[in-house]
Design a binder for this molecule. Structure first.
Ligand SMILES: Nc1ncnc2c1ncn2[C@@H]1O[C@H](COP(=O)(O)OP(=O)(O)OP(=O)(O)O)[C@@H](O)[C@H]1O
Ligand SMILES: O=P(O)(O)OC[C@H]1O[C@H](OP(=O)(O)OP(=O)(O)O)[C@H](O)[C@@H]1O
Ligand SMILES: [Mg+2]
Length: 280
């Protein structure tokens, strides 16, 4: 039975659970359940704090887990990242009162508040900057205005929490993070691969749409240059021998641009549909 750690709270928990459901696994009926067995798929899910997941997986107590890259690195656990899951995107940055700091070296000897002391400590050490770390549990953006720190290092997504506190980013990007699938160094079996392939299928289904259109045979080459697909587009005959039907996968974000281009080339009856599931 594959033992999988899933975030029970925080920004990653809802999408992680949705992806697992879409990948055909059993979800939690009771939102407070700590573990759920999925006998049909040979998997048991453990719902844990996102920050603790790397510790469980790194120790080998659980085989794989979903967490943030920032949390994985902060934990200094031997767990390894095996795939990015394309959600929970954030950057990890330094911030302070506008104008007070401009570069990393300005942090020498000052108090830096963070809830990621492992990650920030390693980064500062690697860059030869000695600062005093103030470890907090959350709401780190308040630390400067409340006087317990001079600068902070925290997760930044839209930047609105920083703006609301009158703070400004400075210095280098500490890390680009997103949700990742992590594995214990010892877990390398077929069921990990199946889980990984299924989650990849969910990502593809979210990232791509199917596009169908009819096009005159003489314009087929120009049209398929717009929609080359992943392997190659499917081309089917129509009753009218001068026309063919084409089906291809297109990045969801490009859909309207591709439809405009196809129309300009001479394609007609252009239809877009969502992909429910995929194995590429
Ligand atoms: N606003 C955000 N946008 C995107 N990802 C985020 C955001 N806030 C946190 N994350 C990411 O989510 C992961 C877990 O952080 P999260 O804030 O959910 O956990 P937590 O702080 O332990 O929980 P909580 O905030 O509910 O107490 C981290 O990888 C982090 O980078
Ligand atoms: O750039 P933004 O879009 O504003 O998002 C970033 C904020 O989101 C997270 O906070 P969270 O709600 O998890 O609270 P916490 O600090 O208590 O963990 C993170 O710690 C930042 O504070
Ligand atoms: Mg948080």
């Amino acid at each position: 039975m594959l033992r999988v750690a899933v975030p029970n709270k925080g920004s990653l928990s809802e999408i992680a659970s949705e992806m697992l459901l879409e990948a055909g696994y059993v979800g939690r009926r009771d939102p407070r359940a700590l573990n759920v067995r999925d006998d049909r798929n040979g998997v048991e899910f453990f719902y844990l704090r996102p920050r603790d997941i790397a510790t469980y997986v790194g120790s080998g107590a659980l085989d794989v887990g979903i967490t943030g890259r920032d949390l994985l690195l902060d934990s200094q656990s031997p767990a390894v990242e095996i795939a990015s899951l394309d959600f929970g995107k954030s950057t990890f940055r330094f911030a302070g009162i506008p104008g007070r700091f401009t570069e990393l070296a300005d942090l020498r000897g000052v108090r830096v508040a963070t809830s990621y002391a492992g990650l920030v400590g390693t980064f500062l050490e690697r860059h030869g900057v000695q600062a005093e770390l103030v470890s907090l549990d959350g709401a780190v953006e308040s630390a400067i205005n409340l006087g317990v720190a001079d600068a902070i290092a925290d997760v930044v997504s839209t930047g609105s929490t920083l703006r609301a506190q009158g703070l400004e980013i400075f210095g280098p990007v500490i890390l680009d993070s997103d949700a990742v699938l992590i594995s214990s160094p010892s877990a390398a079996n077929d069921s990990v691969e199946t889980l990984q392939r299924r989650l990849h299928g969910v990502m593809v289904a979210r990232q791509f749409v199917l596009i169908d259109y009819d096009v005159p045979v003489r314009l087929l080459e120009s049209a398929t240059r717009v929609t080359p697909g992943i392997e190659s587009p499917t081309v089917s005959p129509l009753h009218d021998p001068d026309w063919v039907a084409v089906r291809s996968m297109v990045r969801r974000a490009d859909t309207n641009q591709v439809m405009d281009e196809l129309y300009a080339v001479g394609a007609r009856a252009i239809l877009v549909s969502t992909i429910h599931a995929a194995r590429i």
